[in-house]
Design a binder for this molecule. Structure first.
Ligand code: ADQ
Length: 783
């Protein structure tokens, strides 16, 4: 037969395509069955309406089409090469100044806006280009006395950027590294590291910031953003060593927010995409020629907003992508008055349910990532309840958010330059932002706009889908022919409107957060009604296990372990350090302080997924075991009540902390011996990863990401990382926990082996970021 029966990948419609046409398309390199326009022609051709027209044009027509297509491909390639060259600039370093001892540095107002540097022992100045109009200067001054930078209110136009310095800094003695980041909006970020010395005061933008004097061989780092105060505090010796050994900047900063509350945070700022090897040699970014612009869009982003793991991922994956050399932005709603992001002055209006709504954009550049927050009254009151309100309120909020987010690369300048829509991939997350891939397609790509922009949708939890009656379609403001991709029938909801379903179809690629969950999603038990769509789109689905933020969740640097009797610890200091944290936790929670009693922990949202009720069923058994149990969570009122009740009934053994406390989550992770995760399903799970990083042994239901990440302990080979049980019921949990407690009590060496193996794993985001990059590249080249 001259006809081939084909099924489109996206809509499962069946077309009959003449083989001659199909071969021609393939020769020309067209992905014929995915091109809407071509598909229409093919359909017309198959229906006989225009069946032979093109063939009648003869070979000349074909030649002409081929030449035109080749020209377009060449133009596209040269455009890409240009973008790659442009992306290399951000990581280029230039040695702009070497100044000898006792000399004024020529690194003065004429080049950067800084005045003369007096230095007895000389130094060097590196300039790093963040992009063509933004750069930062790092002055590395050798040991010397009486170094001063006298700033003046001057502006300097260079490469389109304006540098403005109004800083007076004095240092008594010591080696000193300062980093000046200039933006063409006139803002200045100064980062300074003093080694073997200290400085008296830093004055930027006329804000006096007294900093404590440091004794010799101490290092500290102070960071200032316009109008914000950061007070330096002393890092520990491990941090100092890390800085000296790796060229990694480490900061421990005390942040004062507007309400006068203070919170201590620790940050390790790793050098971004490239490093300078020796004298002026520049190594390529890890992503090589794959560097691209990436915009991750999420409904929450830690540390500003977080209800669970999505916030953690949005706060940390982008930093790992930036370390590979990509230009990376996160876009999230602005639920509160956050300290760091500043108003960009950009205002845009979008229509939601027939009303014009204005949004503002706030921006901060932190750890190599642009964090952009979208401000609207619709989000602003939600600080403590970000998914609160009615179904329609949430839907309208997400319509506004996605409409605004997809245009961020056009409107919001970061470091003075908008991202633009070439070489750009959006990463949308869960149903809240699953509209973004649909908008990208319907509003822009279908109209010939954002031609080189792609979208990836990440499934963190399929249980929440953005379901509603079919009429909800009219709130999302799309052409009527888009309705079909939102419509889903399943036995639970009947025919309904489903945002996740539409996002999965429209996205160029789909990622989920573990291999196990990628498999489960395709089953009727794990797919929650979307398994059919996921199977149809299986070719674009990939499982990538989450990483963890090694600065936030690291027992060596954890800021929540620096007070109240807790302590930082490492693999070397594990037995002593962890015992001290356990005692501090017992004391803080008012439990008997006893090193020999195993302490079991649970942290998580109190809902059906996390299986806290299964722990509840096991409590009578547990209470006969001479153990202590600490549970932290918030969520369903009946489960919150259960936690409180257990605490009341077993006050000498159980603490049930109802609430959301990041500090307590860190302290429990460090202080308990065992972490329980009896989740009914768990796409990835972060708490077991944090636990292992802290030498805490996980006992988990072997499902989804828990099965992927917790290899069961094998006493014969002394291998494995914890205990697993194969179904979510209390009997299985008791059996696994029983073996775990036996090993804790009677096989101390094995126990320590499990702890150490857990801590020695590389759980960082770096591996996962590399795999995400493969997905981004695949999306980029998909037509
Ligand atoms: N009461 C409380 N106080 C303080 N902190 C609390 C807390 N309750 C939870 N947390 C914190 O919230 C995070 C929860 O992360 P998880 O990955 O375990 O779950 P979640 O189900 O929200 O995420 C979904 O997305 C993530 C990310 O992809 C997947 O790992 C996961 O399987 C999927 O269900 C952890 O950082 C935890 O410490």
């Amino acid at each position: 037969s001259p006809f081939v029966l084909e099924t489109t990948t996206s809509s499962a419609q069946v077309f009959v395509v003449p083989e001659s046409r199909r071969n021609r398309c393939l020769r020309l390199g067209w992905d014929w069955h995915k091109r809407g326009l071509l598909s229409k022609n093919i359909r017309a051709e198959a229906n006989g309406s225009n069946g032979t027209n093109e063939d009648e044009d003869g070979s000349e027509g074909v030649l002409h089409a081929t030449t035109e297509k080749s020209k377009k491909v060449l133009a596209w390639q040269s455009n890409l090469l240009q973008q790659i060259a442009e992306r290399k600039k951000p990581i280029s370093y230039e040695l702009i100044d070497k100044f000898p001892p006792n000399n004024s540095s020529p690194h003065n107002a004429s080049t950067s806006g800084h005045n003369a540097v007096e230095n007895q022992n000389g130094g060097i100045v590196w300039r790093k280009y963040v992009n063509s109009s933004t750069y930062s200067d790092t002055i590395i001054e050798s040991e010397g006395n009486s170094i001063s930078h006298e700033g003046s209110n001057e502006s300097n136009q260079q490469n389109g950027s304006i540098s403005r310095v109004n800083a007076v800094e004095t240092q008594k003695s010591g080696t000193f590294v300062r980093n000046y980041v200039h933006s063409n909006k006139g803002s200045l970020e100064v980062t300074s590291v003093g080694i073997n010395g200290g400085f008296d005061e830093v004055n930027e933008e006329n804000v006096k910031i007294p900093t404590p004097k440091m004794s010799s061989s101490e290092l500290y780092f102070t960071e200032q953003f316009k109008g914000k105060k950061y007070q330096a505090i002393k890092p520990d010796s491990d941090t100092l060593q890390a800085f000296l050994a790796n060229g990694t900047e480490t900061s421990s900063i005390k942040v004062e927010n507007q309400e006068g509350m203070s919170e201590t945070r620790s940050k390790l700022i790793t050098e971004e995409s490239s490093t300078v090897d020796g004298e002026g040699e520049i190594s390529a970014p890890l992503a090589g020629t794959n560097v691209m612009n990436v915009i991750l869009v999420a409904a929450e982003c830690a540390p500003w907003s977080k209800t669970g793991g999505l916030g953690d991922v949005a706060g940390s994956l982008p930093k790992a992508l930036a370390r590979r050399g990509h230009r990376v932005m996160v876009v999230a709603p602005r639920y509160g008055n956050y300290a760091e992001p500043q108003d960009t002055g950009v205002r845009k209006t979008y229509s939601v349910d027939g009303h014009d709504m204005e949004v503002q954009y706030f921006q901060a550049y932190i750890d190599g990532v642009d964090f952009v927050f979208i401000e609207s009254p619709i989000f602003h009151h939600l600080d403590n309840n970000i998914y609160g309100g009615s179904r329609l309120d949430i839907l309208k909020g997400m319509v506004l958010f996605c409409k605004a987010a997809v245009e961020v690369p056009w409107h919001v300048p970061c470091g003075g330059v908008c991202y633009g829509d070439g070489n750009l991939v959006f990463i949308a997350n869960d149903w809240h932002t699953a509209l973004l891939p649909v908008y990208l397609k319907a509003y822009y790509r279908d109209q010939g706009l954002m031609k080189y922009t792609r979208s990836v949708l990440v499934i963190h939890n399929i249980a929440h889908q953005g379901r509603g009656p079919v009429d909800d379609f009219f709130f999302v403001d799309l052409p009527e022919y888009y309705m079909d991709i939102f419509k889903l029938y399943d036995p639970v909801g009947g025919e309904h409107f489903n945002i996740f379903a539409a996002g999965l179809k429209a996205a160029d690629r789909v990622v989920t957060v573990s291999h196990g969950y990628a498999w489960e999603l395709k089953t009727s038990e794990g797919g929650w009604g979307l398994n059919g769509i996921i199977n149809d789109n299986g070719w674009k689905l990939r499982g990538i296990v989450n990483g963890i933020d090694n600065k936030e969740w690291n027992p060596m640097h954890d800021v929540h372990l620096k007070s109240d009797g807790y302590t930082n610890y490492s693999l070397e200091t594990l037995p002593v350090g962890k015992a001290q944290c356990k005692a501090a936790l017992q004391k803080e929670l008012g439990l008997p302080v006893n090193e020999d009693v195993p302490v079991i922990g649970f942290i998580g949202r109190l809902d059906n997924q996390k299986g806290v009720d299964i722990i509840g069923e096991a409590i009578p058994w547990m209470m006969g075991q001479d153990v202590q149990l600490v549970m932290l969570g918030t969520g369903r009122p009946d489960l919150e009540h259960m936690l409180r009740q257990f605490e009341n009934q077993h006050n000498d053994k159980i603490r049930g902390w109802v609430g959301f406390s990041v500090k307590m989550a860190h302290r429990i992770t460090a202080g308990v011996d065992i972490l329980l995760m009896p989740s009914r399903f768990e796409p990835c799970g972060l708490n077991q990863l944090y636990a292992m990083n802290y030498g805490t042994v996980p006992v988990v239901h072997a499902v989804g990401g828990l099965r992927d990440t917790v290899q069961p302990f094998d006493p014969f080979n002394e291998s494995g990382l914890g205990w697993t049980f194969d179904s979510a019921d209390s009997g299985k949990l008791i059996h696994a926990l029983g073996n775990c407690l036996l090993t804790y009590r009677e096989h101390k060496k094995s126990w320590e082996g499990i702890q150490r193996r857990g801590m020695m794993q590389d759980l960082s985001w770096d591996n996962a970021a590399q795999l995400y990059e493969e997905v981004l590249v695949a999306a980029k080249y998909q037509w």
